[in-house]
Design a protein around this ligand. Structure first.
Ligand SMILES: Cc1cc2nc3c(=O)[nH]c(=O)nc-3n(C[C@H](O)[C@H](O)[C@H](O)COP(=O)(O)OP(=O)(O)OC[C@H]3O[C@@H](n4cnc5c(N)ncnc54)[C@H](O)[C@@H]3O)c2cc1C
Length: 438
């Protein structure tokens, strides 16, 4: 399809956020009699799912210590649950297991989930957690775990399948999704709004609004918009930390073991919840070599042909080359040992799985904001940015909220993620988790 000369709404990026926004916007325009899907054009320099959404582990959970993240995630899970078939969503639940240092955080998270009506249960105490896990998995043997948050909603979705599900919904709604069109710049009107989007295939005049949903390329769009590389951040105590880099990059380390996926089942033969295990128990290989005696963690799920998951990400130092994505990612050579030893530490059935580790391309680079939480906000009078700080595959509902904002609504759920928070000090509370996304 040829590049149109103008469009009411131009969305840059065909990942989970760009496609969800386009689809929900099309529905909103139609239901309000304010337009239709053909008013919306999505541009992607590669194609749907070419970015982080196409390689995400796909975990959908609500285990967030920050109230605003938790409430937003509840709305996102509702979207996943609205059409599990199209979104390739597996509502198997999610279990977070932690060492004593995480007890208070997980308890607070559970109490909030209870308040907002998100179905979960909390188990505290080493023996109690062990019993809960052994009921599900008789060969459970992880040590040093004193708290368990078992979410009965959430689970995971298959990354490319869900992107294609959204892509199909966009097309059915009349939205044009154009692959191989790179956004290269913006033409400004005197009031700072965007008059036209410049692309590798020509310019598109903007009738109404632009949405950018660039995933890891957030830094590049930030530059295109002439925004500063560093910002001052006011902390909740009022102290101002000057010159914080707006964007940092982390390598998300993930991998898979080629065991029979059906061997990872619950005691009654059912599909297993996604498991996230953090513990300070010493971690040994199956041969007895000590890998670490400090806090470590892994997460894993049953995939179609393997058991797949990851561990703590690593900061990428210096400038990051993103293209071709995700081939520029480096996984630490120690990751396979840690991941496989962690699986074996958790469940006896995974003993010896190191030999089955697959040296497949897994993992990728993610972009994080100055406080590691998303920025959902207008950066120009008619340019809305969805910069998700790598939390975002599970956030399929953000596009629905954004669609309503674009049409003049207020989103209580997105408000805590406005850019202004860095100036006002309305930052999100920080948890004791070793991960930048909890
Ligand atoms: C290895 C890994 C595992 C992850 N696991 C999970 C998980 O289990 N659960 C979870 O919730 N999140 C996870 N995440 C985070 C999640 O994948 C991202 O936060 C989310 O997919 C970002 O979605 P997006 O739509 O913003 O960006 P993307 O999916 O990256 O889409 C951005 C699109 O923009 C396009 N683009 C870039 N520049 C331009 C340009 N100039 N012009 C036109 N198009 C352009 C790209 O081609 C791309 O298709 C993971 C991330 C990684 C890297």
């Amino acid at each position: 399809m040829e590049l149109p000369r103008n469009a009411a709404y131009v969305v840059a990026g065909a990942g989970i956020h760009g496609l969800s926004t386009a689809y929900h916007l099309a529905k909103e325009l139609e239901s309000r009699g304010a337009g239709q899907g053909t008013d919306v054009v999505v541009l992607d320099k590669a194609g749907p799912g070419a970015g982080a959404s196409g390689i995400a582990c796909g975990v959908v959970r609500n285990n967030y210590f920050q109230p605003a993240m938790s409430e937003l995630m509840q709305a996102c899970v509702e979207v996943w649950e609205s059409d599990p078939a199209a979104y390739a969503y597996n509502p198997v639940g999610y279990i977070a297991l932690g060492a004593s240092v995480q007890e208070a955080d997980l308890t607070a998270t559970y109490e909030r989930q209870e308040r907002i009506g998100y179905r979960s249960e909390l188990i505290v105490g080493e023996r109690e957690v062990d019993t809960h896990m052994k009921t599900l998995f008789p060969d459970w043997r992880a040590q040093g775990v004193t708290v368990c948050l078992h979410e009965h909603q959430g689970g995971f979705a298959f990354n490319m399948d869900s992107v294609h599900g959204l892509y199909g919904k966009c097309r059915e709604a009349g939205v044009a999704v154009l692959s191989g069109v790179e956004v290269t710049g913006f033409e400004d009107a005197p009031d700072g709004s965007i008059e036209a989007v410049e692309t590798s295939q020509g310019r598109i005049e903007v009738g109404e609004q632009v949405v950018v949903a660039p995933g890891p390329w957030a830094r590049d769009f930030w530059r295109l918009l002439g925004l500063p590389e560093t910002i001052d951040v006011r902390t909740p105590s009022g102290e101002v930390v000057p010159d914080r880099p707006m964007w940092t990059y982390w390598n998300l380390q993930e991998g898979e073991v080629g065991v029979d996926p059906l061997s990872f089942a619950t005691a009654d033969g059912g599909p297993p919840p996604v498991i996230h295990l953090d513990t300070d128990a010493p971690l040994h290989t199956d041969e007895g070599e000590l890998l670490t005696d400090e806090l470590w963690g892994i997460y894993f799920k049953r995939d179609r042909h393997s058991v797949q998951g990851g561990a703590s990400p690593l900061v990428v130092e210096g400038d990051v080359e993103l293209d071709p994505y995700p081939q520029t990612t480096n996984v630490d050579p120690s990751f396979p040992d840690l991941f496989c030893a962690g699986l074996s530490h958790a469940l006896a059935r995974f003993e010896g799985c190191r030999a089955l580790y697959r040296d497949a391309r897994s993992g990728g680079v993610g972009a994080f904001t100055a406080d590691n939480f998303p920025v959902f906000d207008y950066l120009r009078p008619n340019l809305y940015a969805i910069l998700d700080s790598n939390h975002g595959y599970k956030m399929i509902g953000v596009g629905k909220e954004v669609a309503s904002v674009l049409l003049g609504g207020h989103s209580r759920l997105l408000y805590p993620f406005r850019f202004e928070r860095f100036e006002t000090g309305d930052l999100h509370p920080v948890s004791s988790s070793p991960y930048p996304w909890s």
